[in-house]
Write a protein that binds this ligand. Sequence first.
Ligand SMILES: [Zn+2]
Length: 139
Amino acid sequence: MLDLDHPMSRFIVAVAREDDAILSIARRMTLVSTEAKRELLESANPHFTRMRELQREGWGESTEQTAAIVLLKQQLTHLAEIPSENDFYPYRQGKNCTVCSRPIENLKDYPDMVYCHACIAKIDSGREAVDEAFGLFAI
Ligand SMILES: [Zn+2]
């Protein structure tokens, strides 16, 4: 559990908030066309910038943290660049993803979490690296 009185906690919570925002953007990317993904990628930039600022304020320069942010950004950029004809936003469950042919599904009990579970995996290792580097697993 995260100790809320610990001086680093506010930084960890703030980084987690940016990470969540990036994940939401990535999920939405799995539902839309290449062109729409480009716009979503732009909208992710302020979240990466804020994450870097929080890193400098909270931890100073850390090679591991910088590398984790860079990796996540590269993976999101890659996800955005994969040609897609998906037109599933707002959510269209039961359709098949035009990128990987797998069904667009929702997470059980979370109707607002519909996305392509196979395509989202392309940012998994970047998200894990950010989790590790910033201790987000403590939340
Ligand atoms: Zn897919």
